[in-house]
Design a protein around this ligand. Structure first.
Ligand code: PMP
Ligand code: GLN
Length: 385
């Protein structure tokens, strides 16, 4: 079939996302897939039983548009317990089909043609398309390797009367860096007295290591008052394929969010919402930092003595590996060769920039069983200059 007319693409620069490209390549070459970020171990049986229970109970029709009340209440309770935030479950929480939809919806609700949105690069790949589809103009500011700290004075300089929003993400994909208290205070300082909105993508809120504390914008009332904060049940409950997430925002922002949300998906999956509401109350997300830190440490221990160099990730479930001692190939080329010839798939980091910046770094997902990490590290140990 072929459409006979002229198609003027709304995203002319976009190919297929790197996550699909690398996962398909991994499958094709039977490589160990450390590219796309998803765990290769099972979701809790208790959670699966709960979903099953609610399906059997007949809760298989549309959920309320804004989400099941019990789940919104559990989220408000968690936000209070972890971040001291007073979140109204009725007016300030909406359940979404993953964080991707929450981010898309927040941007679509607020950004008009010509609005500028500050994006810190490297940036997760869904942010910029959402901005551009809304007619917004992404304003890119780079975080510098190897620490990937944000130069807030530079952000301040790039703010104009047209700056409508700043997008932040901590713990950070793909670098594994994080924001500390002084970052949040700087962000507060430069936005104070403005009407700039924030989208704070906190999907890795529980994945911060070595005793570090997650600085949610929800801890800072002035920042929370201008923020859409997005989360992913996929990351927290090892269930990325369920595509469940949520957004927290002040009532007047959430009102606009819901105006759009109701026409994007109407509501998120119903039985899973009931199940997650019950399951959240056991607070077992508190075990996640130790759980993932052990995986990071395991992976890095296994890589000692290899030709890859690294700074341990502070957070997220991604580890960057520097391959500059092995080759000076472009990261996109080397990622393909590593998959085909050495049987390990990763994500090249240059794709997280609008103007590709190649720092000879690949991103590896360590949310994998020990067996997989051992097998992958064995293969990586054999990669030499
Ligand atoms: N933001 C970041 C930084 C991510 O890494 C991801 C990937 N899971 C998402 C958002 C999207 O989350 P979800 O799968 O819940 O849509
Ligand atoms: N967030 C995951 C990653 O960064 C994957 C998301 C996706 O496949 N779109 O790998």
């Amino acid at each position: 079939m072929h459409f006979p007319g002229i198609i003027s693409s709304k995203l002319p620069w976009a190919g297929t996302t790197i996550f699909t490209v690398m996962s398909s390549l991994a499958t094709e070459h039977e490589a160990i897939n450390l590219s796309q970020g998803f765990p290769n171990y099972e979701v809790s049986n208790e959670l699966i039983d709960l979903v099953h229970h609610y399906m059997r109970k007949g809760l298989n029709q549309y959920a309320p548009m804004q989400g099941v009340p019990a789940l919104r209440k559990a989220i408000a309770d968690k936000s209070k317990a972890l971040y001291g935030a007073d979140v109204d479950p009725d007016t300030e929480v909406t359940i979404t089909s993953g964080a991707t939809q929450a981010i898309y919806t927040a941007i679509t609700a607020m950004i008009r043609p010509g609005d500028e949105v500050i994006v810190l690069e490297p940036a997760y790949d869904s942010y910029v398309p959402a901005i551009e589809l809304a007619g917004g103009i992404p304003v890119f500011i780079q975080m510098q390797a190897p620490t990937y700290r944000v130069d807030w004075s530079l952000v301040r300089k790039r703010m104009t009367p047209r700056t409508k929003m700043i997008l932040i993400n901590s713990p950070h994909n793909p670098t594994g860096s994080f924001f500390n208290e002084s970052d949040l205070k700087e962000l507060d300082r430069i936005t104070d007295g403005t009407e700039v909105l924030i989208v704070s993508d906190e999907v890795y809120e529980h994945l911060l290591f070595d005793g570090r504390r997650h600085e949610s914008v929800l801890r800072y009332p002035q920042l929370a008052a201008r923020s859409f904060v997005t989360y992913s049940f996929g990351k927290t409950y090892h269930s990325t394929g369920w595509k469940m997430g949520y957004c927290i925002a002040p009532e007047n922002l959430m009102k606009e969010f819901r105006r759009v949300h109701q026409f994007v998906v109407f509501c998120a999956n119903a039985p899973m919402q009931y199940a997650l509401a019950d399951f959240m109350n056991n607070r077992n997300y508190l075990e996640l930092p130790d759980f993932f830190q052990a995986k990071r440490d395991r992976f890095l221990e296994l890589l000692n003595g290899s030709s890859f160099k690294f700074v341990p990730a502070a957070g997220s479930y991604f580890q960057l590996l520097d391959y500059s001692e092995i080759t000076d190939e472009k990261d996109t080329d080397f990622a393909v060769r590593l998959t085909k010839e050495h049987g390990v798939a990763s994500i090249p980091t240059s794709v997280f920039y609008r103007q590709p910046q190649d720092h000879r770094l690949l991103r590896f997902c360590f949310a994998k069983t020990d067996e997989t990490l051992i097998a992958a590290a064995n293969r990586l140990q054999r990669v030499r200059a």
